[in-house]
Design a protein around this ligand. Structure first.
Ligand SMILES: Cc1ncc(COP(=O)(O)O)c(C=O)c1O
Length: 374
């Protein structure tokens, strides 16, 4: 059926190729951490913070132990807590909402648009109450959300804007890198991200010095001077090995993102199967294609068809946040957010990572094009 023969299964994501390429350099960096015993925080983390804030064109970056902690600490730095409400998209990875819940505040979900699959700005205002303190926009699948629309609503109602940029290291909105559009932006460096640590890590970027200083204290037991704890704090520092691995990888990120863009362009231009829909991309959005999500009427049919052809897709995400059991107490029911619910039951993620070969990309395109909904 296809003109290209591919030997191996093609997963949604494979980290081995990337790590083989940079193994010697990463091991050399690990050795320096080992010799200096700077395992928790320290100079390797500080160097990464400097490099990453420059990359995002922000004044500050605070390294933490993962992206979920980044969201949690950003909420705390904004003073959000019990009794407050925070607007969050229904279609995102659950951690966007965890950050709100951990503070005692309540996430208030909003549907996505039917085409960009990102938070529908037109549906936010109806959810704002006197308790609303902030909106979290998510640069979903690597594509920036409608920043100006959300900034406009925040300005009108006196709300804070936070970016969940966990999936979008290097993405640009109107030619400006994500990370500096809200009060703070939260990044994940989970190994599977476009920029992933050899371990768990995350960070918060900001242009606000007061938030920056507060975050330094919050991540370090609420202390700016050792053993003097000015507030309830957390142990959420980034590890030295993680920082060192991120320093090596950050240099390669622009090339890796470009390769993802190249692959995405092939998918967008050459997948012509009318049963397949793709994420709509406004002209101001420069995605880094963390994931390449498509939808189709008969998702389970496509899923087993692709598996039979050695393509192993992912599902991002099979249950929208408002219908997760963990949030049953919030009282949402099916039908509350039809676009997010449609996406959850019809989405599937095609293979997407920089090390996919041209041959593998061609194979995926041919197999997907040969799919019929029968
Ligand atoms: C949109 C989004 N927000 C937050 C997170 C949480 O990041 P982490 O897994 O590093 O805690 C992730 C990634 O897992 C994510 O995709």
């Amino acid at each position: 059926m296809t003109t290209v023969a591919v030997q191996e299964k093609i997963p949604c994501l494979d980290l081995k190729g990337q790590h083989q390429q940079i193994k010697a350099e990463v091991f050399e960096a690990f050795e320096k951490v080992y010799e200096s015993t700077a395992f928790s925080g320290g100079p390797f983390v500080e160097e990464f913070e400097k490099n990453f804030s420059a990359f995002c064109q922000t004044k500050f970056a605070v390294g933490v132990n993962n992206g979920t902690s980044a969201l949690h600490l950003a909420m705390l730095a904004l003073g959000i807590g019990a009794g407050d409400e925070v607007i969050v998209p229904a279609n995102t990875f659950i951690a966007t909402a965890w950050g709100v819940t951990y503070t005692g505040a309540t996430p208030v979900f909003v549907d996505c648009t039917p085409d960009t699959w990102e938070i529908d700005a037109a549906k936010i205002e109806e959810q704002i109450t006197s308790r609303t303190k902030a909106i979290v926009g998510v640069h979903l699948y690597g594509q920036p959300f409608d920043v100006e629309a959300l900034q406009g609503i925040c300005n009108k109602y006196g709300l804070y804007l936070l970016e969940d940029a966990a999936q979008a290291q290097g993405a640009k909105y109107k030619d400006i890198p994500v990370g500096g559009f809200g009060e703070m932006a939260c990044f994940s460096f989970y190994p599977g991200k476009n920029l992933g640590a050899c371990g768990e890590a995350g960070c918060i970027t900001t242009n606000n010095e007061a938030y920056y200083k507060h975050l330094l204290s919050l991540r370090n037991h609420g202390a700016s001077v050792r053993y003097y704890h000015d507030e309830i704090g957390y142990n959420m520092r980034m590890g030295g090995l993680e920082g060192a691995s991120l320093n090596v990888k950050l240099k390669y990120l622009p090339d890796w993102n470009n390769r993802r863009r190249e692959i995405a362009k092939c998918y967008q231009q050459e997948i012509t199967n009318p049963y397949i829909q793709m994420q709509a991309q406004p002209e101001w959005a420069e995605s880094v294609y963390h994931l390449f999500v498509v939808t189709t009427e008969n998702r389970d049919g496509l899923l087993s068809y692709l598996n039979e052809h050695n393509i192993i897709p992912g599902l991002h995400y099979p249950v929208p946040c408002h219908l997760q059991k963990a949030y049953a107490h919030l009282g949402y029911s099916e039908g509350a957010f039809p676009n997010a619910e449609y996406l959850a039951s019809h989405c599937l993620s095609l293979p997407m990572y920089a090390e996919l070969t041209d041959e593998e990309v061609r194979y995926v395109i041919e197999v997907v094009n040969a799919y019929s909904n029968a």
